[in-house]
Design a protein around this ligand. Sequence first.
Ligand SMILES: *[C@@H]1O[C@H](CO)[C@@H](O)[C@H](O)[C@H]1NC(C)=O
Ligand SMILES: *[C@@H]1O[C@H](CO)[C@@H](O)[C@H](O)[C@H]1NC(C)=O
Ligand SMILES: *[C@@H]1O[C@H](CO)[C@@H](O)[C@H](O)[C@H]1NC(C)=O
Ligand SMILES: *[C@@H]1O[C@H](CO)[C@@H](O)[C@H](O)[C@H]1NC(C)=O
Ligand SMILES: *[C@@H]1O[C@H](CO)[C@@H](O)[C@H](O)[C@H]1NC(C)=O
Ligand SMILES: *[C@@H]1O[C@H](CO)[C@@H](O)[C@H](O)[C@H]1NC(C)=O
Ligand SMILES: *[C@@H]1O[C@H](CO)[C@@H](O)[C@H](O)[C@H]1NC(C)=O
Length: 289
Amino acid sequence: MSLTSVLFLLACIPSLCAAISNDSRGPFPNPLSRRASKSIPSEGYYDPLSNGGSMLTVLPDTFPAGLGEPINVILSAKSDAAVLVDQQMDGGLRNYYQSLGFSSECLGQHSGSDQAANLGDGNGYKNETAVIRWDYGDPAFGTCTETIQGGNHFRYWVQNGPKADSSGAIFMALSYEKPIALGHDIIENGYNLARDWLIGNATGQSIPTANLTNSSSYSGSTSAQGYTYETSVHYVSGLLQNTSEGINHYLTVGVNGTNAVDGLVAVMEVHISAKPAKSKCVGLSLRSP
Ligand SMILES: *[C@@H]1O[C@H](CO)[C@@H](O)[C@H](O)[C@H]1NC(C)=O
Ligand SMILES: *[C@@H]1O[C@H](CO)[C@@H](O)[C@H](O)[C@H]1NC(C)=O
Ligand SMILES: *[C@@H]1O[C@H](CO)[C@@H](O)[C@H](O)[C@H]1NC(C)=O
Ligand SMILES: *[C@@H]1O[C@H](CO)[C@@H](O)[C@H](O)[C@H]1NC(C)=O
Ligand SMILES: *[C@@H]1O[C@H](CO)[C@@H](O)[C@H](O)[C@H]1NC(C)=O
Ligand SMILES: *[C@@H]1O[C@H](CO)[C@@H](O)[C@H](O)[C@H]1NC(C)=O
Ligand SMILES: *[C@@H]1O[C@H](CO)[C@@H](O)[C@H](O)[C@H]1NC(C)=O
């Protein structure tokens, strides 16, 4: 290839990049995509119970017969593939969480005990992928405040084992914890409220926890780093029980004799509606012959 044609190609790349980054249908199909050989279940996830798993986590100090915490939010595998990739870049999962006001743990240090979950996908019990905390408006250091003052936080696991590979549905266990000085107990109604505050953050409205049913649904949008996410949420019953039985901290979380867990799981489906222009294209655009 002559030097002239190389320069000509370089000159063409910026417009190509711009076209890709502005395409609301998302990136061109990747022939190596993990989706090519797998199917996404119609619900967007597999019920862990149908294959020996559970929607309750296991806490190490009480394993195997102790109390667990509810997995009360599922990020559906019907979401855009880019959102299900556990990374900050390219609009991935960590960037989506940041758009909701949540970030990774304080200064990269893991605090709090590990919890294990069995999503019925053939992977058995696995510790959480990570703990994500409310960032108090500061993605860099706000989760340090959460660790000390308490607040909303969650652990999550990916359903991708060989027996029930949902193509990456993400199972999240939310709870609202008290300050560290109070031993990080959970506030009253702190599982249901934590779930609904996250859904409120994702859809920009206050969720009426006491009035939710298995036909409640909400939608709205958030953004971070130039990515805009459209989230639609519906609440489902039947995955969790409406109960206090088997639930960690049930005595203090259940309010005035009500159940600690209302039995509803919020299923979120997330699509990217806008992306930033790729910065590497800007660099190339200076290189015309
Ligand atoms: C790029 O996207 C923006 C916002 O969605 C839109 O207003 C604009 O017309 C798009 N440009 C092209 C070239 O498609
Ligand atoms: C979870 O992590 C703990 C250490 O925090 C480890 O002792 C335990 O074996 C792990 N459990 C699983 C199921 O991997
Ligand atoms: C967003 O999350 C914060 C912290 O959990 C909560 O105080 C707030 O009420 C939530 N917003 C909505 C609209 O639910
Ligand atoms: C729940 O429903 C009751 C009865 O319809 C209503 O009075 C109350 O304001 C609702 N609560 C919320 C938080 O929407
Ligand atoms: C919704 O909940 C009601 C009980 O409140 C139940 O009878 C019904 O089967 C549930 N519907 C679905 C689709 O789960
Ligand atoms: C629980 O009941 C007590 C006494 O009736 C009341 O003062 C309190 O507000 C109730 N708590 C909640 C969260 O409803
Ligand atoms: C949970 O059960 C209680 C009764 O124990 C009932 O009042 C409440 O409506 C139920 N919640 C849901 C979401 O079904």
